[in-house]
Design a protein around this ligand. Structure first.
Ligand SMILES: [Ca+2]
Ligand SMILES: [Ca+2]
Length: 212
C-alpha cells in the first residue's frame, strides 16, 4: 500500500519507442531523460507531442538535463510542440547533429548552454513558420546557422528561394561533385527520399521544372 502511494506521488521512468521518459500520470506530463547504462541516443530522433502510459496521455513538456549529452552519432532531432523547457547541456557535444526541427510555437526556455560543444553554427533549425522571428531573436536558438519555417520549402528547392528552377539543378550537381554551398540543403535535394543525393535526384528536379 505504501509502495503504491509512493509510486503515485512520483514520476516513473519508462522507455517508450526507444526514448526514456520520466512520466507523471498525475499531472499528465512527461520529460525526456538521458538513457541509462551508457546507451546513447543516435540517428534520427523524434520526440512526440505526447506519450501514452497506462492509458493516460501525457504531454511531453520538457527535455531533461544532459538527455542527449555526448550523443556522438545523433543526426537529427524533432522536438514536439509541447516542449516548453530544455535542461542544461541537453545537446552537449553532438558532433553529427545537423538538423533540429522544433514544433513548439514559443522557443522553449533553456537552462545554461543547451548546445555547448555542438556545432550550432552548422545546424539547421526548422520551426513553425509564424515563429521564425521569435527563434531568431531568442538565444541560444538565434545562433543556429539557418532558421526556416517548417513546410515552407518545396522538394527540389535546394537553395530555398521558393522556386524550383535551373539554379537548383546546378546546385545539386555541384553538391554531387563535392562543392560546398552554405545555402544548400540536402534534405530538399533528396527528392526520391532514399537517403542520398545523386543523379536520380537531378533527374527528378529536372522533371519538376519540366512539369512532369
Ligand atoms: Ca530554388
Ligand atoms: Ca536521393
Amino acid at each position: 500500500m505504501l509502495q503504491s502511494l509512493a509510486a503515485s506521488a512520483f514520476a516513473v521512468e519508462v522507455e517508450i519507442d526507444g526514448l526514456l521518459y520520466d512520466v507523471d500520470t498525475n499531472i499528465k506530463e512527461a520529460k525526456v531523460v538521458e538513457h541509462k547504462n551508457g546507451v546513447k541516443y543516435k540517428g534520427d530522433i523524434v520526440i512526440p507531442d505526447a506519450v501514452d502510459y497506462e492509458g493516460v496521455t501525457c504531454s511531453v513538456t520538457s527535455i531533461g538535463p544532459q538527455a542527449f549529452y555526448s550523443c556522438s552519432r545523433l543526426s537529427s532531432v524533432v522536438i514536439g510542440a509541447g516542449v516548453q523547457r530544455i535542461g542544461i547541456q541537453t545537446f552537449y557535444r553532438c558532433p553529427e547533429l545537423t538538423r533540429v526541427t522544433c514544433y513548439a510555437e514559443n522557443p522553449p526556455s533553456t537552462q545554461g548552454n543547451v548546445f555547448t560543444s555542438s556545432d550550432i553554427g552548422n545546424i539547421r533549425l526548422y520551426v513553425p513558420p509564424a515563429s521564425v522571428d521569435a527563434y531568431k531573436s531568442t538565444a541560444p536558438w538565434s545562433n543556429f546557422k539557418k532558421i526556416r519555417g517548417i513546410g515552407t520549402i518545396a522538394k527540389g528547392d535546394v537553395n530555398c528561394n521558393q522556386a524550383v528552377e535551373v539554379t537548383d539543378v546546378v546546385a545539386i550537381v555541384s553538391y554531387i561533385l563535392g562543392e560546398q554551398d552554405n545555402d544548400f540543403d540536402e534534405i530538399f535535394a533528396d527528392l526520391n527520399g532514399d537517403g542520398k543525393v545523386d543523379v536520380e535526384d537531378v533527374v527528378e528536379t529536372v522533371n519538376i521544372i519540366l512539369g512532369e
